[in-house]
Structure formats: C-alpha cells, structure tokens
Design a protein around this ligand. Structure first.
Ligand code: GDP
Length: 312
C-alpha cells in the first residue's frame, strides 16, 4: 500500500470517529480522506436542523471541538440557550452560542434549497477543514430506540434520558427510502482503505451501512477494510455501545465487535488491553493489529493513525 497516495473512506459517528479522523488528518492526509458520517441522529429543535455527528466531526477536524464536553465548541458561551429557557422552554439539549450559528445557517441554506451535503461542504470549507465530510444521505433517517418504556427517538433516549435505559431494539425510520449522498459511492469505490472508525457499531455505523448500496459497495470493494474497535477492555470509552452490543446478543469486547461486522471487515485494530482476544478474532478470519487505541490529544491521534498505516 503506497501511503503517499492512499485514499481513505471512513465511516464515522461522533466523538470516537472524529478523533480517529483527526489522527489521519493530522498526518497531512486530509485531502485524501473522506468521512462518511452518520445522520440518523439528526433532529430538529426550535426549527433548527441539528446534525450532531457531522458537527462533532467538523468541529474536531477544525480544531474547535470542546474535548472535555465531547460536544460543541471549546470556550463557547450559552447566552442564547439561557434566553430560550427564560421563555419557558426546557433546555434539555445543550447548545452553545457558536453552535446556534451553525444550526441557524444550516437551516437557512437548507430552506434556500441546498442539500445537507452542499451545506456541509460549505461549512467545512469555511472552517478550513481539508477532509471531505459527507452526510451518509441527504434523506431524513431517524433512529428510534425501544426501551422498557416503549419506543423513543434517539435524542430523547441519548440526551434526554442520558442513555440510562437498556436499548432493547433499534430501528432507523426512513432508511428503506434513503439514497446515499453524492460522493459516498465514489469515495467507497475509489478507496484503498475503508476505515470503520471506533464509533458505536449499532447506532452510528450501522445506519451508514444500511443506506442503499453502501454495504454492497463495501463488500465488493478490494480496499483493505479496517475496523478500530470502540470497545476496550470490555467497555465503551463513552456512550451506550456496550449495552447495545449486549442487548443485540454480542459479547461486549473487541471479539464481539469483530463478530458484529463479520466478513465486511478484514482487519481488526484492537487495544493492547485486549491482546488476549487476538487469536479468537483471527479464528474468525480477520487479521489483527494490537495497538494502544485510546486516543488523547491530536498528537496521540496522529500516533495511532501512523501505527495503523505502518502495521498495514
Ligand atoms: P457518539 O456519536 O459521540 O456516541 O460517537 P461515536 O459513534 O463515535 O461513538 C462513540 C464510540 O467511540 C464509543 O463506543 C467509544 O467507546 C468509542 N471511542 C471514543 N473515543 C475512543 C478512543 O479514543 N478510542 C477508541 N478505541 N474508541 C473510542
């Protein structure tokens, strides 16, 4: 694999995906990197269209992300949200003032007739990000989670109830009619490396794979298909991935992740803590790379990206 020319297509959700993408971008590969990002968590709040995963990826690659919070922009203020709360609205979904700017402009440009991929491209360019960030689809897809209290939309479960419920079942409303956004198929077909970012396999990567043609294109591709496990030492670094894997009947481990993706993935990148699982994962037919996969600052993300490329 010629590292200087390698084209990467990466499937990503929010935080874990954004960190991994940032590692490759930090190596100066941004212009050969296409992020295909989950939009099934997108929703509308006070008339504003919010794309949490796209924004997390975009802010992270722009060096703006609030790393402590895991969402939003570092140093942002919350004057607007407080003013909205003064009118009696429940500020259950936290948004910073600069975040509002993103959502206001997105809403304005969508209302002018641009697609989500066109608007995203404009925002990304304005922030000086070189990586192409593509929504998985321009069509509306909405994740719903079944808990013991019944079905609820993803953000009510994830933010509203802090993903405290067991996710008994997951469905992606609208997915049957969703077409992949412009550039998605081309990026997958042209890729030398298809990267399954360390994102939630069930609610971040699966919606992308479920968009018409995506799974088939990846299956047919001769690219190296590499998954960085989001599960380290039997736990998710953040979020509900562990419970979701368990509820779906998979072991909560890098081995469970390997089983979840099955033949779609050739290479599993697992953490040093999980080195003991390597043989079992190899027995499934995967190659295994063992690295320190918990990412810290940008240098550390770049370190992991470098080590992955070297191992490949
Ligand atoms: P979300 O939309 O913000 O939940 O973000 P993702 O879909 O990207 O999912 C978060 C997933 O990323 C979780 O399952 C975490 O375990 C995983 N994750 C976050 N940070 C890291 C990291 O530094 N290393 C690895 N290996 N996984 C991570």
């Amino acid at each position: 694999m010629n590292i200087d020319k390698i084209q990467i297509a990466a499937l990503a959700g929010g935080v874990g995906g954004a960190r991994m993408l940032d590692g490759f971008a930090a190596l100066g590969m941004g212009d050969r990197l296409t992020a295909i990002v989950n939009t099934a968590d997108d929703f509308s709040l006070w008339g504003l269209p919010i794309s949490p995963d796209i924004d997390t990826v975009m802010y992270t690659l722009a060096g703006l992300a609030n790393v402590h919070q895991g969402w939003g922009i570092a140093g942002d203020t919350r004057v607007t949200l407080d003013a909205i709360a003064r009118y009696g609205e429940d500020p259950w979904f936290l948004l910073g003032d600069q975040d509002f700017a993103t959502h206001i402009l997105r809403g304005h440009r969508l209302a002018q007739g641009l697609s989500l991929s066109e608007v995203t491209a404009q925002l990304v360019i304005s922030l000086g990000v070189q990586t192409r960030i593509l929504p998985m689809t321009n069509d509306l897809v909405h994740t719903h989670i079944r808990t013991e209290d019944g079905w609820m939309d993803f953000q009510s479960y994830f933010v509203g109830r802090r993903h405290a419920d067991h996710a008994l079942e997951v469905r992606f409303d609208g997915i049957e009619d969703a077409e992949s956004a412009p550039g998605v198929s081309e990026a997958l077909i042209g890729a030398d490396l298809i990267l399954f970012c360390p994102s939630n396999p069930i609610v971040s990567v699966d919606p992308i794979l479920s968009v018409a043609g995506v799974r088939k294109t990846i299956s047919a591709s001769t690219a190296r298909k590499v998954c960085v496990s989001p599960i380290i030492g039997g736990q998710a670094v953040k979020g509900p991935a562990a419970d979701m894997l368990h509820q779906a009947g998979y072991e909560v481990s890098a081995l469970g992740v390997a089983r979840w993706y099955g033949e779609l993935v050739d290479v599993m990148v697992i953490d040093e803590k999980d080195a003991a699982l390597a043989d079992d994962i190899r027995a499934l037919g995967h190659e295994v790379i063992v690295l320190q996969t918990l990412m810290g600052d940008r240098d550390d993300r770049a370190r992991l990206a470098t080590e992955i490329l070297a191992a490949l």
